[in-house]
Ligand binder design. Structure first.
Ligand code: 5GP
Ligand code: ZN
Length: 119
């Protein structure tokens, strides 16, 4: 609970910090990254405070499956070009050595015409 209270993405979920919403349902929230690396760059997160993929258990299988199946739909809705010339990149950083800065599980979805700022 205390982790959730100090977590910036929990605050985005409870709307105490504003964000540009891409998608929302009972257990998933998606919003534009504040510092995009690509023409299209949004984050998909579970509403529940799960710090990283290393905290996933079997009880999260359906949720993570829903997130992965949702991503291509949202990517196309946000303007990513069709496969195979278009497409999108998915990145999930886990832990400090994994490059994770915000410790609430999130999947980066990036797309659009290149070049991109990073990658
Ligand atoms: P990480 O390095 O943890 O994988 O990525 C964290 C991402 O969250 C970064 O790309 C960063 O730009 C984004 N971010 C950090 N704070 C905020 C915020 O307050 N609002 C939004 N929309 N994105 C944020
Ligand atoms: Zn959180």
């Amino acid at each position: 609970m205390s982790a959730a209270h100090s977590c910036i993405f929990c605050k985005i979920v409870d709307k105490s910090i504003p964000s540009k919403k891409v998608y929302e349902d009972e257990e998933i929230y998606a919003f534009h990254d504040i510092n995009p690396w690509a023409p299209i760059h949004f984050l998909v997160i579970p509403k529940a405070h799960i710090p990283s993929m290393l905290h996933l258990t079997t009880e999260h299988q359906a949720l993570m499956g829903r997130i992965m199946a949702l991503i291509p739909q949202l990517a196309l809705e946000q303007g990513c070009n069709p496969y195979p010339e278009g497409g999108f990149r998915v990145v999930c950083n886990n832990g400090t050595e994994g490059g994770q800065e915000v410790h609430h599980l999130h999947i980066h979805v990036m797309g659009g015409p290149r070049p991109w700022l990073r990658g």
